[in-house]
Design a protein around this ligand. Structure first.
Ligand code: DI6
Ligand code: FE
Length: 401
């Protein structure tokens, strides 16, 4: 006997399964039972016996249904802002110059250390609610503006609390290797000692990190230093991801791939060999057009090489006060199309299926498939490409079970 569905929706279904554009079913149906997707297919194929007296039936013909969106790279929790640095950059001072002169990330570290946990939750809540209006149902949040044990723990607790408060899936990444804090100036290796011996083990012991991230760059950490952090992550059983090749080609993509990283992020300067390494490792390339635009970068990431070698591409906001004060994932999709020439279909796959992979959540979210979490977005649009086309003004109805 077929059990009754809790709900069934009729409409265009952009399942985002691979194989066909958008995995689309133009006259489709999604059935939900017990918080999970129980049926997806042609409208005409829904078994009549699955619809009982209590099944909620919604006919949404003329709209499109997609999976919940996933923002797989954010620095949502931070104190203060860097609008003065933005103004300064427009007047000609580069992102790297501000960082080298001790402003940049370190000014946000000072503001974040000074903020209480409650204050951090409050300001990040506003940013998170903005993201959620776009239909974001899963968000990754990094630490990395604390850079000492107490402040890193404070950031990660705030990230977890945001998930609780807003009923959204939060994945945290420990980004202790984001910048060298002022008290370790000129002693980067000693800071890495503290990270691997003290801070990361304590964060892991509290269960506050789902992954470990780092910033490999001339103005941040060397490949050898990142390697030490990633080896410590491996000892603790935590997956890794990496800010790689954002401002220079530092072989970051290949380094991430050599550790089987979930993702390598930014990648403007990644070489063809780096793209091949990502493909071999199954590491997702996370593209961050908000940062590209805001730092005034000129070299887009090697999207053609990613396509050629079969590297999965995700798209994220990188929401942060310095390089990407962006809290709209739909806008990130538009920017990925306009600045990096992604197709609208690639952009939507980049915030659904591939973003799920970048967080190790492919079994749970990212496509409309039987068994996955029933987190659906209903869009009043004539075609799913409109999600990348409009620059604002389109918001979904979010349906969670
Ligand atoms: N790259 C980025 O885009 C962010 N972190 C990183 O390593 C920027 C962080 C900031 O400027 O505050
Ligand atoms: Fe980032």
């Amino acid at each position: 006997m077929i059990e009754f569905l809790d709900a069934v929706f009729y409409g265009g279904i952009a399942t985002m399964r691979p194989g066909t554009p958008y995995g689309a079913i133009a006259k489709g149906a999604v059935g939900v039972r017990g918080g999970r997707i129980a049926f997806v297919g042609e409208r005409s194929a829904v078994p009549a016996a699955a619809i009982g007296p209590a099944t909620a039936v919604r006919d949404l013909a003329g709209t499109w249904i997609t999976p919940g969106l996933i923002d797989c790279h954010t620095h949502l929790v931070f104190g203060g802002n860097r609008s003065a640095e933005f103004e300064e950059r427009l007047a000609g001072v580069s992102y790297e110059a501000a960082a080298r002169e001790g402003r940049g990330i370190l000014s946000t570290v000072a503001a974040t250390r000074a903020a209480s946990e409650a204050d951090l939750i409050e300001v990040a809540s506003r940013r998170l609610q903005t993201l959620m209006r776009d239909g974001v149902t899963t968000v990754e949040i990094k630490s990395g503006y604390g850079l000492c044990l107490d402040a890193e723990l404070k950031m990660l607790r705030a990230a977890r609390a945001l998930g609780q408060r807003h009923g959204i899936r939060v994945r945290t990444s420990f980004l202790g290797a984001h910048a060298i804090p002022a008290e370790f100036a000129g002693r980067a290796d000693a800071y890495v000692d503290a990270l691997v011996q003290e801070i990361l083990p304590a964060v892991a012991a509290e269960g506050l990190a789902d992954a470990v991230d780092g910033f490999a760059e001339a103005i941040a950490f060397s490949p050898a230093q990142i390697t030490r952090v990633f080896e410590a992550a491996a000892r603790l059983g935590l997956p890794v991801k990496l800010h790689a090749d954002q401002l220079t080609d530092g072989n970051g993509a290949a380094l991430a791939a050599s550790f089987g990283a979930l993702s390598a992020d930014h990648l403007e300067y990644t070489s063809d060999a780096g793209a091949r390494a990502l493909a071999r490792a199954g590491t997702v390339a996370v593209l961050l057009p908000g940062a590209y635009a805001t730092v005034g970068a000129r070299q887009p990431p090697p999207v053609a090489a990613f396509r050629t070698h079969g590297v999965a591409m995700a798209v994220a906001t990188d929401c942060n006060p310095g390089s990407s004060p962006l809290s709209s994932l739909l806008m990130a999709m538009n920017l990925a199309c306009c600045l990096f020439r992604l197709t609208p279909e690639e952009a939507l796959a980049g915030v659904t299926r591939h973003a799920a992979a970048a967080l190790g959540l492919s079994d749970e979210v990212g496509t409309i498939e039987v068994g996955k979490a029933a987190e659906l977005l209903i869009w009043d649009v004539g075609h799913p490409r409109e999600l990348s086309y409009w620059m604002g003004g389109v918001f979904p109805e979010v349906v969670l079970f």
